[in-house]
Design a protein around this ligand. Structure first.
Ligand code: 6GU
Length: 239
């Protein structure tokens, strides 16, 4: 049974915390929290803005369009988190399109940490002094621009939490994933065995598990070679 000793804690610092609400409270992420595998703490940056308008952003010194996240609320927020929670030595991860691209290997690495601290970038940027003082790594979820890091944080959290032991019912399920093996997944079928004249491949109904495994492996290799020659080349190098 899980205890608070091995439970992962994920702290998310967000300018738009409500963007995280529903995705974190559905399906596997919801169940993982109910099972106490992970506690997700969402910290609303605005609660650390103590001026009278609770302002979290301001104009870019030097000019130009777009607003920049102000440093004071972020300094207060991180000082508070490091004081209130047991976070010594925990990396602070900024979600930004300027970071290295998040992948399954990184998801596995993060899933082994006791704590995650995710800072959602927003608006046009963040005062650089926050990066100097607190941020120790950056992550992007791909080569496109989102309005903020909140949705990227949800992507990272989903990919990490489903890897925690006990998050997925079938213990082997995550190990069979596309990418975990370095190959894309093979095709899947369920009942009925024939639909509108479309038949499930005969071999899957044969009960011959050796042949089924060989077929699935061949399908994975073929799909990866055709659809993701980059992954296929990497796979060949490593195997
Ligand atoms: Cl992490 N943040 C933003 N704002 N845009 C992104 C991203 C992150 N990853 C890809 N695009």
């Amino acid at each position: 049974m899980a205890t608070t000793d091995n439970r992962m804690n994920i702290h998310v610092v967000a300018a738009c915390p409500r963007l995280l609400d529903s995705p974190l409270n559905e399906s596997i992420l919801k169940r993982a929290q109910e099972r106490d595998l992970v506690k997700i703490h969402v910290h609303d940056l605005r609660t650390y803005a103590h001026d009278k308008h609770h302002q979290i952003d301001d104009y870019d010194f030097g000019g130009g369009p777009g607003m920049i996240l102000k440093p004071e609320p972020l300094f207060l927020c991180f000082e508070d988190l490091f004081q209130r929670f047991d976070l010594q030595g925990t990396p602070v991860t900024l979600l930004t399109p300027a970071g290295p691209v998040f992948d399954q290997k990184k998801a596995i690495q993060l899933s082994l940490r006791k704590n995650l601290i995710l800072l959602c970038g927003h608006y046009k940027g963040i005062d650089e002094r926050v990066l100097e003082a607190f941020v120790t790594e950056e992550l992007s979820i791909g080569d496109y621009v989102l309005t903020g890091g909140e949705i990227a944080a949800v992507v990272v959290i989903d990919a990490v939490v489903r890897l925690l032991p006990g998050a997925i019912n079938d213990i082997d399920s995550a190990e069979g994933d596309s990418f975990q093996s370095g190959l894309l997944d093979f095709p899947h079928y369920t009942r009925p065995s024939e639909l509108r004249g479309r038949k499930v491949p005969e071999i899957l109904l044969s009960g011959d598990h050796q042949k089924i495994n060989d077929w699935r492996r061949e399908q994975s290799l073929q799909r990866t070679r055709e659809r993701r020659p980059d992954l296929y080349a990497e796979y060949l190098e490593n195997n």
